[in-house]
Design a protein around this ligand. Structure first.
Ligand SMILES: N[C@@H](CCC(=O)N[C@@H](CS)C(=O)NCC(=O)O)C(=O)O
Length: 295
C-alpha cells in the first residue's frame, strides 16, 4: 500500500479511535450526558469515516518516488539502500563522484555528504535519519514496536556509526602501528556488541531490523579487509558477530544494495588511499601510486 493511503487510513482510524476514546472518557465521568451522547458520537464517527474515505480515494495518491543520492562505495548510503530494498520500495538512485562532486549536490547537501534522500522538494540527510524516515513512511516496520527495545536498537545503531568510522580509518592509516591501534579499538567495540546481540540470525533474533541494515555495510568492508589482511574478523573472539555477519551478507536486500562490482571498486579505493592495508593488494594490477586520495 502507498504511504499516502497508509497515512490516510491511519489518520482516519486514529481520529475514529480518539473520538471513541473521548466518548468513553466522557461517559465514564458524567453519566447524565448519556441521553444525548449516542447521536453526537455517531455523527463524530461518520465524520471520521468520511474524512478517512476522502483521504483514501482522493488524497495524495501520487506518491513521490524517493531518490537516493549515492556514492558507489559509501557504507552510509548503503544502509538506506538496504532498508529500501528490504521493504521493496521503488526508488531511484543517482551516483555522484565524491572526488569531483557536482554543483547541484553541493548546493542541496547541508554537510556536503551522501547519502541524501530526495522526497519531492525535501532533502533528508544523515543515514540514521533517512532510515527512520523510510521505516515510518513505508509498511513492514523494521524498528521493534516495543518502546525500550526500539531505544536499545537506536543506541546500537549509534554505536555502529563509530565502528563504521573505524573501518574507514583502517583503510587510510599508513603506519602499521596506527592501523593496529584502530583495529584494537574496533575489536574492543566488538566485544561489547557481542554481548548486546539479542539472537540469531539477526541482531534482535528472527526479525530483520534497522540495526541489521546499519551494520551490514560495515561487515562487508571488514570482510574485504580481512581477506587482504586476516585477523580483523575473529570467529573465536566474536562468534555471534561472525554468524550475524554471515546471515547479513547472504541476504538479497544486502546484495542488491550495492553495485555488483563493489569489491573491485573498494580495492581501487584502498589503492588510492595508500594506507598500510594497500600493500596487500596486487601492485601489478593497479600500477604506480599517484598522490594519496580519500575518494
Ligand atoms: N554521518 C553521515 C556520514 C556520511 C558520510 O560521511 N558520507 C561520506 C561518504 S561515505 C561523504 O559524503 N563524504 C564526503 C566528504 O566528507 O566530503 C551519515 O550517517 O549519513
Amino acid at each position: 500500500m502507498k504511504p499516502s493511503v497508509v497515512t490516510g487510513a491511519s489518520l482516519g482510524f486514529a481520529s475514529l479511535y480518539a473520538s471513541l476514546q473521548r466518548d468513553h472518557d466522557i461517559n465514564q465521568r458524567d453519566t447524565r450526558m448519556l441521553s444525548t451522547k449516542p447521536v453526537k458520537a455517531l455523527s463524530h464517527h461518520l465524520v471520521s469515516i468520511y474524512s478517512w474515505a476522502l483521504n483514501l480515494f482522493f488524497g495524495n495518491k501520487k506518491t513521490v518516488k524517493p531518490r537516493l543520492i549515492s556514492f558507489k562505495l559509501c557504507p552510509f548510503v548503503q544502509r538506506a539502500a538496504i532498508a529500501l530494498q528490504y521493504k521493496t520500495v521503488e526508488y531511484d538512485i543517482e551516483y555522484i563522484d565524491l572526488a569531483n562532486p557536482p554543483e547541484w549536490f553541493l548546493k542541496i547537501s547541508p554537510l556536503k555528504k551522501v547519502p541524501l534522500l530526495l522526497v519531492g522538494d525535501h532533502v533528508i540527510f544523515e543515514s540514521t535519519v533517512i532510515n527512520e524516515y523510510i521505516d515510518e513512511a513505508y509498511p513492514n516496520k523494521l524498528h521493534p514496536s516495543d518502546l525500550i527495545l526500539r531505544a536499545h536498537n537506536r543506541s546500537w545503531i549509534e554505536f555502529g556509526n563509530g565502528c563504521t568510522w573505524s573501518a574507514f580509518h583502517l583503510s587510510v592509516k599508513e603506519k602499521e602501528e596506527d592501523f593496529n591501534n584502530v583495529l584494537d579499538d574496533l575489536l574492543n567495540k566488538f566485544d561489547q556488541i557481542e554481548k548486546a546481540i539479542g539472537g540469531a540470525p539477526f541482531f534482535n533474533g528472527s526479525k530483520f531490523s534497522l540495526v541489521d541494515s546499519s551494520y551490514a555495510p560495515l561487515f562487508q568492508r571488514l570482510e574485504y579487509l580481512n581477506e587482504l589482511r586476516p585477523g580483523i574478523l575473529d570467529k573465536k573472539r566474536h562468534p555471534r558477530i561472525n554468524a550475524w555477519k554471515e546471515s547479513l551478507l547472504t541476504l538479497n536486500a544486502v546484495q542488491r544494495s550495492a553495485v555488483p562490482e563493489i569489491k573491485e571498486l573498494y580495492h581501487e579505493l584502498l589503492w588510492k588511499r595508500q594506507g598500510y592495508i594497500s600493500q596487500f593488494l596486487d601492485e601489478e594490477k593497479y600500477g604506480k601510486k599517484s598522490a594519496k586520495r580519500i575518494y
